[in-house]
Design a protein around this ligand. Structure first.
Ligand SMILES: [Zn+2]
Length: 349
């Protein structure tokens, strides 16, 4: 994953007009993915050797082991049935609309015939948003749990009474005010085991962790955190509103619930709640990004680094996916975004 700063109009489109002029054909889209995946030229995913020849179908033959690799092979776009131009349009809509969009809006916007196709495209996109090995939260972090969900209109229509899911929330506090990044994950329960696991997975040791007085948080000071429990009873005794003890997590929880009700009309089934939470957190953490084109770039960057997502994986699971995908293999050299060429903005000359 690159740490260099991509530039507007050079590495990603600045506007819808620019987007359309860059990605008119499947070949344009394939070329862009090729550059995103191998910014300094092809590196064989099988033997990790740099260098190969373009073959007729747009892929490469490795100069060392001779293996053929398609540009989208082993990425989120592997074995797609939908044309890349339609996929790119979906990614653009996903990124350029600040609150995202529902499967129904995507189906209408792209004039896709089938709702399940639009639904699966959005779920594929959601599934790549959590980068393996992403940084944990640092500094001062509020941690709490909340219940989310309830109604479950399923993919096949019909409404089943759903359960509410217990969701852990962690939010960085900024000095002197404001919030940093957030994390949300479904918890098995409110036990110390579940809460300790949530904290260690999402918060960097050394951070100051603010929680309420719940017993499940006891002992996190022994896991390397400066624990700052806030007693609701003490707040009440001081005449303060105990609901305001953890303002950051409550703010994020209410934004998430409003987003699920607004963009998705609450039609989120429990089995896929975690992926909706991932999308919400992705958007929350980029809420100050002025360029939607940059968000589009980040989504595609994650998509080419991600292993394939099969439709049956999206629909067959009755439980949310807790297992993280394994990180992509280290490429031979660091990617570079310098040296753009005018005719093909993203392509290094
Ligand atoms: Zn090879």
């Amino acid at each position: 994953m690159t740490s260099l700063q991509p530039r507007a109009g050079v590495h990603y489109p600045r506007s819808a007009g620019e987007f359309r002029s860059w990605f008119g054909t499947d070949a344009d889209c394939l070329d862009y993915l090729d550059w995103l995946r191998w910014p300094e030229g092809f590196v064989c995913p099988r033997c990790e050797n740099a260098g190969g020849w373009r073959v007729a179908d747009g892929g490469y033959r490795c100069a060392s082991c001779g293996a053929r690799t398609g540009v989208t092979a082993g990425t989120m776009f592997d074995r797609r049935r939908t044309p890349l131009t339609v996929w790119f349009e979906a990614c653009w809509m996903f990124a350029s609309q600040k609150d995202g969009l529902s499967a129904l809006s995507l189906q209408r916007g792209l004039e896709i015939g089938s709702y399940p196709t639009a639904w699966a495209m959005l779920h594929r996109l959601r599934s790549v948003l959590v980068r393996p090995g992403r940084d944990r939260l640092t500094g001062t972090v509020e941690v709490d749990e909340t219940y989310i969900g309830g109604e479950e209109p399923g993919l096949r229509g019909g409404r089943a009474k759903g359960k509410k899911a217990l969701v852990g929330i962690a939010v960085e506090l900024k000095e002197p005010r404001g919030y940093g990044r957030a994390r949300m994950a479904i918890l098995a329960d409110g036990s110390a085991k579940s809460l300790h696991a949530f904290v260690t997975e999402h918060v960097e040791p050394g951070a100051r962790v603010i929680t309420d007085g719940w017993t499940g948080y006891r002992g996190i000071d022994k896991l390397g955190y400066a624990h700052d429990p806030r007693s609701q009873r003490a707040a009440r005794a001081r005449g303060e509103d105990p609901g305001e003890l953890l303002p950051a997590v409550h703010r994020v929880a209410s934004l998430a619930k409003r987003w699920l009700l607004g963009t998705h009309q609450g039609s989120v089934d429990e089995a896929h709640l975690q992926s909706y939470l991932n999308e919400f957190v992705f958007r929350f953490n980029r809420r100050r990004s002025r360029s939607r084109g940059l968000v589009f770039y980040r989504v595609l960057e994650l998509a080419v680094a991600h292993t394939p997502v099969r439709y049956r994986d999206l629909v067959a699971d009755s439980r949310p996916k807790r297992k993280r995908p394994s990180p992509p293999g280290r490429r031979g050299h660091p990617p570079s975004l310098d040296r753009p060429r005018a005719s093909q903005p993203w392509r290094a000359s």
